[in-house]
Design a protein around this ligand. Structure first.
Ligand code: 5GP
Length: 180
């Protein structure tokens, strides 16, 4: 049943499940014989990490980072603050950063620069969603779940004012939902 605040579903629950299985298989092949440290960027990527980790067959460990970008809730400013750092040391380890959505790329650019300075053996990114034509900085994102149009989306971890993270699909909000 579609949530009353959702105008349209742009990626369905089935499509997400299928794509995560494909990404898990691809990642398992690429990292054959290695261990991976999955680093989810809180809070949006937590749900994606939970599903993706269970589709990866090589050994994984998990850790989390929380960052906040200053500015309004629906626009990225590129000014990033680390609210929670990793618990793990990453030097010499294969790190795979898990993102919910790549918009301008500014958040990820900052994060990758920060993580690269800690000298991991490798550093790659998997994002569930990437907004078409929006990236303002070149980011090498090895694994992309879906390219989506440039609209503000919610669901599967993504929120508006902390709501809608638990929707099992990715959808666009009705304009009226912003006014509550
Ligand atoms: P970027 O720095 O790439 O512009 O923005 C990345 C972050 O902005 C994402 O991790 C997410 O938290 C937030 N964001 C960007 N676009 C959307 C969107 O369409 N919906 C939601 N809920 N968050 C978004």
């Amino acid at each position: 049943m579609i949530h009353p605040d959702i105008e349209s579903i742009i990626v369905s629950e089935d499509e997400i499940r299928q794509r995560i299985a494909e990404l898990g298989a691809e990642i398992s092949r690429d990292y054959a014989g290695e261990r991976i440290l999955l680093v989810a960027v809180l809070r949006g990527a937590a749900l994606f990490m939970a599903d993706l980790a269970r589709q990866i067959t090589v050994p994984v460990e998990i850790d989390f980072m929380a960052v906040s970008s200053y500015g309004s809730s629906t626009k990225s400013s590129g000014v990033v603050r680390i609210l929670k750092d990793l618990d793990e040391q990453i030097e010499g380890r294969h790190v795979l950063v898990i993102e919910d959505i790549l918009d301008t790329g500014l958040t990820l650019k900052y994060l990758l620069k920060n993580l690269a300075s800690r000298k991991p053996a490798s550093l790659e990114v998997v994002t569930l969603l990437s907004k078409e034509g929006k990236q303002r900085v070149p980011i090498s994102c090895k694994y992309i779940g879906f390219s989506v149009p440039d609209e503000f989306v919610v669901g599967f971890g993504l929120d508006f004012a902390e709501r809608y993270r638990n929707l099992p699909y990715i959808g666009v909000l009705r304009p009226s939902a912003y006014q509550d």
